[in-house]
Design a protein around this ligand. Sequence first.
Ligand code: SF4
Ligand code: SF4
Length: 147
Amino acid sequence: MSWSWSIQPISSLVTRSALAKPATRPYPVERRTPYARTRGHIEFRIDDCNFCTICAHKCPTLAIQVNKQDKTWAIDHSRCILCGICVEDCREGCITLSPLPCPPMRAKEVLSFRQEHAPPPPRETVAVEPPSRTSEPRRSDNSVSSP
Ligand code: SF4
Ligand code: SF4
């Protein structure tokens, strides 16, 4: 029995491994696509915010601070548990849940936003005029027809 019989499977295994694609992803060059409905982090757009403070009052961990006078909105990502309540309750659609993870923080920090311009005007409402009384058909009490 020659030893070449025992070394052949090993050499073919080494050749296959050398030519095969890597089993792992070269992170961070290539990142995995997040799964649908992944809870990554909260994103905020201040343009349409009217500082109603609903999000701050509904947040169970007090992660959001809103100051109506200063027109500032702030979030402490280290407190946020990504429950999504603020996203659902903001009527202006300013808060969204991004599937990407929150950028790493070296220290506890509060991300603050300030609105520099005047808030947008309220949405237009179409005025519906009440029906004119003059256009209604007149009804007279004396209009009882005789038999
Ligand atoms: S983000 Fe939405 S809920 Fe929060 S203060 Fe602004 S408008 Fe109100
Ligand atoms: S997702 Fe939940 S915990 Fe995070 S800021 Fe919004 S309400 Fe607060």
